[in-house]
Design a protein around this ligand. Sequence first.
Ligand code: SF4
Length: 375
Amino acid sequence: MKTLGEILQESVREGELYEKLDNGFVRCFACGHACPIPAGQVGVCKVRFNRSGKLYVPWGYVGAVQCDPIEKKPFYHAYPGALAYSFGMLGCDLHCSYCQNWVTSQALRDSRALSSPLRATPETLVSDAVSQGAKVMVSTYNEPLITSEWAVAIFKEARAAGLKTGYVSNGNGTPQVMEYLRPWIDLYKIDLKSFDDRHYRQLGGRLQPILDTIQRTHAMGFWVEIVTLLVEGFNDSDDELKRLTEFLAGVSPDIPWHVTAFHKDYKMTDPSDTTPGTLKRAAAIGKAAGLRFVYAGNMPGRVGGLENTHCPDCGTLLIERHGYHISKYLMTREGNCPSCNAAIPGRWAERFAGQIASAPYLPDFRRGAQLTTLD
Ligand code: SF4
């Protein structure tokens, strides 16, 4: 019986994000690890590997597919109410002990993560997205950077069908991968998990590449939103949150910052679940640092007005949310405040077209006759 790793090594093609080194080594540029990989070995992510001096990368399958409200990604300043057709592959370059997508992200490291990859083509996925009424195609659930060649193949098809595109990413990027992605991605969500390099090393990464990616994505014109999952005793001190939000406000005070609530998951079961009070404290620190759009997530109805968008100039309510549900949408067609006409940064549709769904559901692809697993 083949292992999952062996099965995945048959669904590959030569990658584009690498260079050849001496002695049969290759260097991968898809994420900030920039692994030098000897022939016959895999990179840290375990899904990209060196076969006879060439880098091979995942191709032709998905680890998960779901229709999500775009608010779940979360993007709050990009096409509110849109359906985001969301796909992921398997594997990750980090190994966070509290990962909420560990079944897909840690599938190559943890035998308890039983994920069956499903054969897919860009045409099949995009045609399903269009038939569901999706407006945005998003690579998510595992770290999309490590499967960027496959994501770009899907996004080219998605763009041709009139869809917008996005990444939900840990931000552990390189200059090469961001240049590669720029023509094909509209929206980029980055997890800024901590502002302490020692914490990032516990998760298998480093802080600086994530900070570089935040600055780079903003400068390159991606629409960027940032999420920090608040974990008690790990990243929720006033000092760390002050430094983190001052950094973000220094990149741009218009970047939306989402603080979201931790719940016990995967291997991290010691810290208490995040309270509404902790989210509100973090939000106050972010606003004091100069961020103009601060949101609290994962606690519908328990964080006061921190689910809503207000005009930062005059305070008018612009978008009212309860969880993923949009209950009021008052922006103008141009994306301005209806009271003072201030321009609200984001990517706005000309009109709010309602929501196809305010909760995730499985699309036809997951139920269709064409569904086959890799084996
Ligand atoms: S994606 Fe990152 S972890 Fe994987 S091989 Fe490339 S550089 Fe290494």
